[in-house]
Write a protein that binds this ligand. Sequence first.
Ligand code: SAH
Length: 307
Amino acid sequence: MEDNLCNLKSIKQTMSEHNFRASKLMGQNFLTNKNICSKIAYFSQIDNQTSVIEIGPGMGALTFELAKVSKKVVAVELDKRLVCVLDTALKKLKNTKVIQGDILKLDIKRMIYEEFSGANIVVCANLPYSITSPIIMRLLEERIPIKAVVVMVQKEAAKRICSKVGTRNCGAISASVEYFSEPKILFNVSRGNFFPIPKVDSSVIRLKIRNNPFLKIKSEKLFFEIIRVGFLERRKAIKNPLVTRTNFSKQQILRALEKSQISPLARAENICIEGFAKLSNAIFRELKKTPKAHLDLLDQTPFNLKT
Ligand code: SAH
């Protein structure tokens, strides 16, 4: 039975036995190709000392392949109906646990503390497209103690997520990804490998979490805020959004741009992450001159780590 978790016929059969229809809202597109599940497990570089958090196990296709090679798999599934299906499908696996819940709301650090004892942890998933960005941002910015994130996402999203800041395809998410991890597109998966068949193709990406940030940032909060604001008008001269969308003065912005050797006319999408680091440190120094006005942005606790 377990070996069939991935084949179209048995997926359809399970669905009809449980009177189940795939939910678009929950991004349910089940993998129908076992090779892809094995490939994801292989590229996750898992061994019997590594534990896995799987997001959205669905009917257990990927879960089964991950359980074969890892120490333990904890799979978080939002859809209550699937939890019953999974309990049956995975009952022979002793190292697998299914938790019903929303991965965006779950206290992941607590779960790690309760479920894994100091193991290396990798996050794996065939991600529902609607939660791709929020969950990746959460895992990175909350500094969840994991080694890597290996996930299937929409092909276009994969390009954006893995693009270096300052290149054509990048977006604001690329900044968090590049700051906290080393991203890589591993392989593409065409839409025909899922049921129901989605409208787009997918790619599997790996974000290898950095042990230490590779940039010296005075205030991470300010750094990410500058990037966020810059990307609101990514094709305009960087000075425009910085002047009109923040409460820094024009003089402060122009001085900081000069100190960091960035032209006021440069576009956000052409500034690399090192450039944003210099710029935000220069703005930090400017704001320090009038600290009362900018207390929150001068906060030097690591981003999102405030108690
Ligand atoms: N891994 C399975 C299913 C992928 S479809 C396979 O590859 O075949 C995406 C899965 O994520 C579905 O099972 C869906 O119910 C689940 N899901 C959607 N939103 C979720 C959330 N917020 N938290 C946890 N699981 C979620």
